[in-house]
Design a protein. Structure first.
Length: 181
């Protein structure tokens, strides 16, 4: 049995953002499952309080976005075995060591004719409203992206969720998208 989840940032926990807002696009273009050799990641900052000055809780994964998970140094070390072929790239971020996770792209991970998909007029995927995953394509993976989308969300399996929960890590919640054999 395989269960696939989409990670989301937990409410009330720290955020991670580029110091220059236009760098969000750079991050999206950089993480696509291929090595980032020679590319430079933007300067980042941890957002520790909301607009009213209320402090956020410390997160093991300060939230950047569903397409780009970020982990603190202590978490990235313990996750390395679990992440398999995912790459971790260190951000320059104030005085913290943060790592951007670039999961591998998995071909044919989504069974398109069984999923509910909205498309652009040229046939590209705009969004997937209901996922049906190909279990064979996901075997042995606990974190991945799909190659069918230009900027894919990050997906994790039950193994990743179990690791996160059993190690009492905080800052991510997980929405169950699909369970299959």
């Amino acid at each position: 049995m395989i269960s696939v989840y989409k990670p989301i940032g937990s409410e009330g926990y720290e955020l991670c953002q580029p110091k220059v807002s236009s760098d969000f696009l750079i991050i999206s273009s950089l993480i696509h499952g291929d090595p980032l050799e020679g590319d430079r990641l933007p300067l980042m900052q941890i957002i520790r309080e909301d607009e009213e000055g209320k402090e956020y809780l410390r997160s093991d994964a300060p939230w950047l976005g569903g397409h780009a998970l970020v982990f603190r140094d202590s978490v990235s070390n313990s996750l390395k075995r679990l992440l398999g072929s995912a790459k971790l790239y260190e951000f320059i971020c104030d005085s913290e060591r943060l790592f951007l996770c670039d999961p591998p792209l998995v071909e044919n991970a989504v069974i398109q004719d069984k999923s509910v998909i909205d498309r652009f007029s040229d046939g590209r995927i705009m969004q997937i409203r209901k996922y049906v995953f190909n279990p064979e394509a996901l075997r042995g993976r606990c974190i991945f992206k799909i190659n069918e989308m230009r900027v894919s969300p990050t997906f994790v399996t039950q193994e990743f969720v179990d690791f996160w929960v059993s190690n009492k890590l905080v800052g991510l919640d997980f929405n169950l998208l699909w369970t299959g054999k």
